[in-house]
Design a binder for this molecule. Structure first.
Ligand code: PAF
Length: 284
């Protein structure tokens, strides 16, 4: 595996691959790689001739400077993992390489980016659109792989791809990978204290149990309330920021289960577990 630090070199490599008719799988990451990322790389490896994994902690998508400063950075271990997974290239640029000048673009992402994470983290999705649009333009992938833990992010990236005319590129959503106890894998999990780590799997347990509430006849708003209360009541370390049941395509809240379109419904939760903000979701 080769580590690429410059856009110029990345362009050379992907242009040569494209000229030979090779397919390119791109896995965008912010590093601190775990088994969830590994599952994306493995899938990209199966489906493409060339696999490029970007490792870049993108400052423009952080609306909280402490979160940016404390975001785990583990480049050496990341590259060793990527090599073992058979990636061809790790694209590990500096901030100056990615943003030689400030990116002032504002994307008109619409309603999909206005709710949930979009409402709680102003500017976050615009920053995601900035970096992912650059990565798509530079890596020219045939397919790009994203994890469903960040369910709304995938919807936003699809919208950005539509706006920017990345028409031939296939965006592939990949299932959440969980610890044996149900906690969704996240680079932020390493920041959980032992007490917080011990209770964190309850989030997934409450979400799973909420399917029974639907089966018992509760409507979405009632399930949202019950889930929020159940998480918060289960330990003083929990503070649920939101639990929303939305159309899995448009990300808009639904009042009745039969309102959702062809992609069905998804419940998206954000919970502070101690100081760490965790997100998870469940399909109904
Ligand atoms: O999901 C992430 O890790 C990031 O938001 C992404 C897509 C790599 C963009 O920085």
């Amino acid at each position: 595996m080769e580590i690429i630090r410059t856009v110029k070199h990345l362009n050379e490599v992907v242009d040569a691959a494209r000229a030979e008719g090779k397919t390119i799988g791109l896995v965008p990451t912010m590093g601190a790689l775990h088994a969830g990322h590994a599952s994306l790389v493995e899938r990209a490896r199966k489906e493409n001739d060339i696999v490029v994994v970007s490792v870049f902690v993108n400052p423009t998508q952080f609306n909280n400077s402490t979160d940016l400063q404390t975001y785990p950075r583990t480049e050496e271990a990341d590259c060793a993992l990527l090599e073992s997974l058979g990636a061809d290239y790790a694209f590990v640029p500096s901030v100056a390489e990615v943003y030689p000048e400030p990116d002032t673009r504002t994307f008109d992402l619409g309603p999909v980016a206005e709710v949930m994470e979009g409402a709680m983290r102003p500017g976050h999705f615009n920053g995601v659109a900035q970096i992912v649009s650059k990565l798509f333009a530079w890596a020219k992938p045939t397919r790009a792989y994203f994890g469903e833990k960040d369910f709304q992010q995938i919807a936003v990236i699809r919208k950005m791809a539509e706006l920017e005319g990345f028409d031939t590129l296939e965006i592939i959503d990949c299932p959440i990978v969980r610890e044996a106890d149900g906690l969704a894998l996240s680079s932020r999990n390493v920041r959980l204290t032992p007490e917080a780590r011990a209770i964190a799997p309850r989030i997934h347990q409450v979400l799973l149990a909420s399917r029974d509430l639907k089966a018992q006849g509760m409507q979405p708003a009632e399930v949202e309330k019950a889930v929020t209360e159940a998480i918060d009541a289960s330990d003083a370390l929990f503070r649920t920021e939101y639990y929303r049941i939305v159309d899995a395509l448009t990300m808009q809240p639904i009042a009745r289960w039969d309102e959702a379109g062809s992609r069905g419904t998804v419940g998206c939760v954000t919970v502070y577990c101690g100081d760490v903000r965790l997100i998870d979701n469940i399909r109904y």
